[in-house]
Design a protein around this ligand. Structure first.
Ligand code: ATP
Ligand code: MG
Length: 471
């Protein structure tokens, strides 16, 4: 008997009986079965389970809902599918089908089919495994394409000729890479070659679906696995040319710079190891994105990338927009980290003034800790001594930050002087001068010339106001 959580077993039996009562065969298929054999079934994180039936998926869903005594059934007539919500689970029912595709669209022409027909149209052998749930044959495995063997070997392979699988739905190329990255599997040679050949077909896939898979690659335990595959299959070239541009090393007069593509992947893996969320990982991906256009060589300084931080930050909104990533505070967070990622290094020297530290705390606000994480992830030297030194340097910067924080509480700082105060003092109306005065007060406070409170700041305003009268 299947060694799965009891609640699922009971549910599967109920579904098997429901199918039997309407004379249909039913199977659980896809991710659930795959994850069972991979020992990664985690009943807390399962949100949806897929069932395929020979016959009508809609009729079966209705019959299941009746037995489970729920009216939470959604029917999608156009697709011949239905969904039953049961406790925290979405149970998806579909009739077994045969599909054929037109070249210009993912929308299939669908006919009824057998279980095998249905397995044939799935993306990967490891996703085509299924168990029968009818009472007499409960738990019987159907694995017509040696998916179990591929799971054991750690192989990503299509059930049929990969050219057909990918031509029918090019998104499957992204899914192949995504599963390779999540599971740390290899892509079987024919499948790999087919992806490489057909990568340009990704152009018919919507950016939302591409982003969905890309974000799953980014969130996998070692995202570099997926990104190396994206690069080598040239899928990356289809949607992320800026990242491909990071690839390569140039040498001049015996000086070479590091390969910024592989460096970026190391930084990304490091953020993953630190438990970084999607947005910290995006910051890692984009932190050096503008290195290629800022690259210079001079005899005195060797290779430099001056301004890649500012230019990279400038690119963040347009890259986010193109991918369909959110253009809200999450974008601003990534932009901020890209812009500031060199600043902590500049604070390493002993002579650094409090005011430089204060400025960074002010600019980073609550994201200062994440910025320090990114900087630590950015240490990718192969030289242990260097790594140790850099880490110690950041330890020192962090204690400086703590010290200054404790003294002045600059995080989320707000200017104590308002625009109203300035207009009153200058006896003037709103205009650009107000912003200039406000900035000067801000600078004076951040530089430690004026104490961080209303009274001192107001006295300062009175002292400087003559500079702005009639101007
Ligand atoms: P997870 O939900 O853990 O990401 P999953 O395998 O359940 O993995 P889903 O996207 O939920 O992935 O899809 C469920 C099943 O439907 C897959 O296992 C696969 O059999 C099939 N499937 C999904 N998308 C495609 C596709 N584009 N082409 C072919 N089959 C697909
Ligand atoms: Mg799923």
């Amino acid at each position: 008997m299947l060694d799965i959580p009891t609640t699922h077993k009971e549910l599967f039996k109920t579904i098997g009986e429901a199918a039997e009562s309407i004379n249909q065969q039913v199977f659980v298929v896809g991710g659930y079965v795959r994850d069972f054999y991979l020992n990664r079934l985690n009943s807390d994180s399962i949100t949806d389970i897929d069932f395929v039936t020979v016959g009508s998926g809609i009729e079966l869903a209705k019959s299941v809902a009746k037995i489970l005594n729920t009216d939470q059934v959604s029917v999608f007539k156009k697709f011949g599918t239905a969904q039953v919500k049961h406790q925290k689970l979405d149970l998806e029912f579909v009739g077994a089908r045969k599909e054929s595709y037109r070249r210009d669209s993912r929308k299939p022409i669908v006919e009824d089919g057998s279980l095998k027909d249905d397995q044939l149209r799935r993306d990967l052998t490891i996703n085509a495994l299924s168990w029968n749930l009818n009472p007499d044959t409960f738990g019987t495995l159907f694995d017509p394409f040696n998916g179990i063997q591929d799971l054991k070997k750690g192989l990503i392979r299509t059930p049929i000729d990969p050219a057909t699988t990918f031509d029918d739905d090019p998104l499957r190329m992204m899914r192949a890479v995504r599963f390779a990255s999540q599971l740390n599997f290899e892509i079987e040679e024919n499948t790999f070659n087919a992806i490489k050949k057909m990568a340009p077909r990704l152009s018919i896939i919507s950016k939302e679906r591409i982003l969905d898979e890309l974000n799953k690659i980014i969130m996998s335990p070692k995202p570099s696995v997926g990104f190396s595959l994206l690069l080598n299959t040239e899928l990356l070239h289809q949607f992320f040319p800026e990242m491909v541009n990071l690839l390569g090393v140039e040498e001049r007069n015996g000086h070479s710079h590091k390969d910024n593509f592989w460096h970026t992947l190391e930084v990304l893996d490091n953020t993953a190891k630190m438990g970084g969320d999607l947005w910290l990982r995006w910051a890692a991906i984009l932190h050096d994105i503008a290195k290629p256009p800022t690259k210079r060589f001079s005899k005195s300084a060797g290779w430099t990338f001056h301004g890649h931080d500012a230019l990279g930050a400038k690119w963040v909104p347009k890259i986010f927009k193109r991918f369909g990533l959110p253009l809200d505070e999450r974008m601003r967070y990534v932009k901020k980290l890209v812009r500031l990622h060199l600043r902590p290094i500049a604070l390493v020297s002993d002579e650094v003034s409090d005011s430089a530290v204060r400025r960074l705390i002010y600019e980073a606000g609550d994201d200062i800790d994440d910025l320090m994480l990114l900087c630590r992830a950015d240490i990718t030297s192969k030289n242990d001594w260097k790594v140790k030194t850099y880490r110690n340097n950041f330890d020192r910067v962090e204690s400086k930050i703590e010290e200054v924080e404790e003294k002045d509480q600059m995080r989320n700082w707000k200017n104590p002087i308002s625009g109203e105060d300035i207009m009153k003092a200058l006896d003037t109306k709103p205009g650009p001068v107000i912003g200039r005065v406000k900035d000067r007060i801000k600078d004076a406070i951040l530089d430690g010339e004026v104490a961080n409170n209303y009274d001192d700041a107001y006295q300062y305003l009175l002292r400087i106001k003559d500079d702005y009268l009639d101007k």
